[in-house]
Ligand binder design. Structure first.
Ligand code: SF4
Length: 352
């Protein structure tokens, strides 16, 4: 650490955060019993999703899979179905695999130490720290973007959060303010403050319990922190699909386990050359993922006989569904919105 922060005592900051959390903690269903299974599910679910949007999904997921045994017994398709609408489906696939790990490698008991929790499929350092601190009182800071932001402002520290060394640097910084007691409350206080008060733009410093200690606030330099020099690299990707239908039935196939949209269902991506003439309309959909700007072209082909649909399906390993059956499968968001709203002329302008 480039300053002499190690020699000063900053624990009072962490104690103020815990005290604030005592009376200001958001009431969230997974906080009711602090069971590791529930905390794990919610932390994975909230990785790319805001609490407000994730809450209903969490409740539905927990109602269907209330414990690790139920999650383990379920089929991957069903787990994906309950993840519908949340995106980033590899999270659901990993949850399912981790449930198998818990049953097979941990004798059905949720691991109780940070290092063991970290062995679960799809669990990174942040989630392992959150579960270990909240459920098992391990003193490990749960470092994520919110934590980087709040810490860099409190200390007016310009360490580059996009640097490969940022995780270790901010972990060391966090440990300076993290008391021995109540590590779970400390981490949850930062989670709440990071999302509700120390927001990226226009933080509510007047409501912040550590505003007296926050150097960026005290010196009027909040906009300078956090420092992030490298931007996320975004690449372009174009995909072409064929929505092949006869009356209300159409063709889908499950994607493989590599690249994007793992294990989700999609339409055919190629057809015999002569079928290009059968295209009755084409839609272009723009869709953004964290690292990709996607342009998706979907061409609709209306076949004249069910036999042609069945022949294509059997020769190319597709399945025939109608919308009711399709509702039991999970699709990438733009494809699902397409087949549900395909009669709307201006589909290209819908907010995918
Ligand atoms: S005082 Fe403002 S900038 Fe500083 S930690 Fe609190 S909310 Fe963030």
């Amino acid at each position: 650490m480039k300053t002499n922060k190690q020699n000063a005592d900053f624990l009072h900051i962490g104690k103020k955060l815990i005290k604030w959390y005592d009376t200001n903690a958001r009431e969230l269903p997974w906080r009711e019993n602090q069971h590791p299974y529930n905390i794990w599910i919610c932390e994975i679910l909230l990785q790319q999703t805001q609490v407000k949007q994730g809450l209903g999904h969490y409740l539905r997921f927990i109602e269907r899979f209330p414990n690790v045994e139920e999650l383990h017994k379920a089929s991957e398709d069903e787990v994906l179905l309950y993840w519908k609408g949340l995106g980033y489906y590899s999270r659901a696939i990993n949850l399912h695999k981790a449930a198998h790990q818990i049953i097979e490698e941990f004798e059905g008991k949720f691991p109780t130490h940070y290092q063991d929790i970290l062995k679960l499929k799809g669990v990174g350092k942040y989630t392992a720290a959150a579960v270990a601190s909240i459920c098992f009182d391990e003193k490990i800071p749960a470092i994520d973007g919110n934590f980087y932001r709040a810490l860099s402002r409190i200390f007016a520290d310009d360490f580059d959060m996009s640097s490969s060394k940022a995780f270790q640097y901010f972990t060391d910084l966090a440990l300076l303010i993290m008391p021995e007691d109540k590590p779970g409350d400390f981490n949850q206080a930062i989670m709440d403050i990071g999302s509700e008060i120390c927001k990226p733009k226009n933080p509510l410093c007047g409501e912040c319990p550590v505003n007296n200690d926050c150097i960026a606030y005290q010196t009027g330099r909040i906009s300078e922190f956090p420092v992030k020099t490298k931007k996320t690299k975004v690449t372009d990707l174009s995909l072409k699909y064929y929505f092949i239908k006869f009356q209300n039935q159409f063709l889908i196939k499950q994607r493989g386990n590599d690249f994007i949209w793992k294990k989700l269902y999609e339409f055919p991506m190629s057809v015999p050359e002569s079928w290009e003439e059968l295209i009755i309309n084409s839609k272009i959909i723009n869709h953004k993922l964290t690292h990709k700007n996607m342009t998706i072209e979907i061409n609709t082909i209306e076949l004249e006989s069910k036999k042609a649909l069945e022949r294509f399906a059997s020769e190319n390993d597709f399945i025939i569904v109608d919308e009711k059956l399709a509702d039991e499968k999970s699709f990438p968001k733009p494809l699902e919105t397409f087949y549900k709203k395909r009669d709307i002329a201006e589909i290209g302008k819908l907010p995918f």
